[in-house]
Design a protein around this ligand. Structure first.
Ligand code: N01
Length: 536
């Protein structure tokens, strides 16, 4: 469709990650005229862009996929936590099975969109010069499509290779034999650092806040393992919609403060050995709410991690005696040999709190303690998360304002799918939805299906327009803010609140009451004729 102008779409989907792909095949199957536009050259969303060494899922494979039987029957996973390249192969497989590419314009970025009130249609402009007219705009740009590069003095002067993890060269870049520096210790920093530690001449990790990372407990999977997983899908898949974060496990119905020390530690040990996010999301229900409960979890984590680090001074930096913030309220990463690698001679840690970065030089990173010479500088510095995908497109409200302008003093949405002033525009895996607190593929299907059913309702009732009301937005916002304040989340500085981006309004960007409550609220609105929206 490149450079052609299209006039008659029912729905234009933006973004070919899990959410966008779900929208495409569901809407197409339901008879909508639908097309998808994707900035990258392939499917996969974050798995297209994040191809840095070591990138892999931190959700176990059985629930990190589409649940259609025609897809699960023909695909075997090779690892419990698949790598980015396996995720890409999976998306190729999905493409082949569902014949998606014929309805996708790749290498095409949506630049702008304007709503024509007289026709109730969006006119969408793309960077290849094409324009698309569509009744509905269905944006699925994900939570991490706008990389954040901090304003580090001298960054342009660096003479080596410098890449943000989410803008990694598609042709690959080997870290072997190189002097590698990694700024940032979030999930991306942990993963790329682990990989670099294997064969870089030297790896320097620049840490501002230690990551309270959890053991992945990675496994290779055989065909028999896959068959065993498949046998459980009929139970596992529907169970995801009933858990807080869309996983196949959930918080236990007990408080850490109310059980014996033996029971508490035995539970922690079991979750630790089982691996993945269980120590975070299958633990005592008071962990993310009560200081005392949280501190039990932190102390267990700290002692486990410190036992793996030989140098006590280094151990204090990576797993401090006192928590840098409550456990689990800043996204923990999954790790395999992250802590052990600091025992190797080719790995060093720079604590940016003690010795901050002064500037980037031609040769490397200059901190207050000296210069670290590097061949490759990796910026694992995160994203303008959750809202960045929407605010970076020049979409105009009926008053001529952008999302950035409308949300300057805080995000406003009804049910995390629509904003007043932007009729016929629905977004998935976006602001004030479970998003960052929900397994991506689970959200793609559960929240995605609610969006699909909304579009079906409009079509079946001959309705041409849907728009959120400002009253409903205010209620949604208050629900989120009030709940947020009962948790320990506000006590960490993280992308969960937007505080990582200079000037961004600080608030809960995600819906923090869990997927089941989200589904209930959405259904309640639908059952009441889409209360909180004006349909015409
Ligand atoms: O980004 P982040 P990420 N000077 O924002 C540091 C998902 N994900 O790309 O913590 C020095 O978490 C910053 O320091 P601090 C996952 O949901 C999943 O790693 O602000 N440092 C922090 O350490 C994840 O949560 C996978 O003190 C600076 C880091 O950069 C989300 O994406 C893999 C700095 C940014 O961490 C984001 O993860 C990767 C500066 N000026 C990502 N500015 C999977 O495993 C920032 N930092 C599936």
């Amino acid at each position: 469709m490149a450079n052609e102008s299209v006039d008659d779409l029912d729905v234009l989907v933006v973004g070919a990650g899990f959410s966008g792909v779900y929208q495409l095949y569901r809407l197409r199957d339901l008879g909508f005229t639908v097309h998808l536009v994707e900035a990258g050259s392939g499917l996969g969303g974050i798995w297209h862009w994040n191809c840095y060494p070591g990138a892999r899922t931190d959700t176990h494979a059985n629930i990190y996929q589409f649940t259609r039987e025609d897809l699960t029957n023909g695909w075997n996973w090779s690892e419990l936590f698949p790598s980015w390249s396996e995720m890409r192969a999976y998306f190729d497989y999905v493409d082949e099975k569902l014949e998606l590419s014929k309805d996708i314009s790749f290498n095409t970025r949506v630049l702008a969109a304007e709503f024509d009130e007289s026709a109730n249609k969006w006119t969408v402009s793309c960077d290849d010069g094409s324009t698309i007219r569509t009744s509905f705009l269905d944006i699925n740009t994900g939570f991490g499509s706008k990389p954040y590069i901090p304003d580090l003095e001298g960054l342009d002067s660096f003479e080596g290779r410098c890449h943000h993890t989410a803008l990694w060269p598609q042709e690959g870049l080997s870290l072997a034999g190189q002097r590698v520096g990694v700024i940032g210790t979030g999930a991306s920093g942990v993963q790329v650092s682990q990989e670099a530690s294997l064969d870089a001449a030297h790896l320097t990790v620049f840490q501002r806040t230690p990551n309270l990372a959890l053991p992945m407990q990675q496994k290779r999977l055989t065909v028999e393992d896959n068959d065993a997983m498949r046998a459980e899908y009929p139970e596992v898949f529907p169970a995801r919609g009933e858990t807080f974060a869309g996983f196949d496990f959930d918080f236990v119905d007990k408080n850490a403060t109310e059980v014996s020390a033996e029971e508490r530690n035995a539970t922690y040990e079991r979750l630790w050995q089982a691996g993945g996010f269980r120590f975070w999301l299958a633990t005592f229900q008071d962990t993310l709410f009560e200081d005392e409960a949280n501190r039990y979890a932190y102390d267990f984590w700290r002692d486990k991690v410190r036992a793996r680090i030989n140098d006590p001074a280094l151990a204090e930096k990576l797993a401090p005696t006192e928590p840098p913030h409550p456990f689990g309220v800043k996204r923990p990463s999954l790790e395999q040999w992250y802590y052990d690698m600091f025992n190797n001679d080719n790995v060093s840690l720079v604590d940016l709190n003690g010795t901050p970065i002064e500037r980037i030089t031609a040769k490397g990173v200059q901190t207050s303690a000296g210069e670290h010479e590097l061949d490759i500088l990796v910026l694992a510095t995160g994203f303008d998360a959750v809202t960045g995908g929407l605010t970076s497109i020049d979409i105009r409200s009926t008053d001529g304002k952008t999302f950035g302008e409308v949300w300057a003093d805080g995000v406003r949405t009804q049910l995390g799918v629509a904003t007043a002033g932007f009729p016929n525009l629905l977004f998935g895996y976006g602001p004030q939805s479970p998003c960052g607190f929900c397994n991506g593929p689970t959200s793609a299907e559960y929240q995605g299906e609610l969006v699909v059913q909304t579009l079906v309702h409009l079509r079946d009732n001959g309705l041409a327009r849907i728009e959120a009301t400002t009253e409903a937005e205010e209620e949604w916002r208050t629900l989120i803010a009030d709940f947020w304040d009962t948790t320990l989340f506000p006590r960490a500085q993280s992308w969960y609140t937007g505080v990582n981006i200079p000037g961004k309004h600080v608030e809960s960007l995600n819906f923090p009451l869990g997927l089941p409550t989200y589904r209930e609220k959405y259904q309640e609105s639908a059952d009441n004729g889409y209360a909180g929206f004006v349909l015409t």
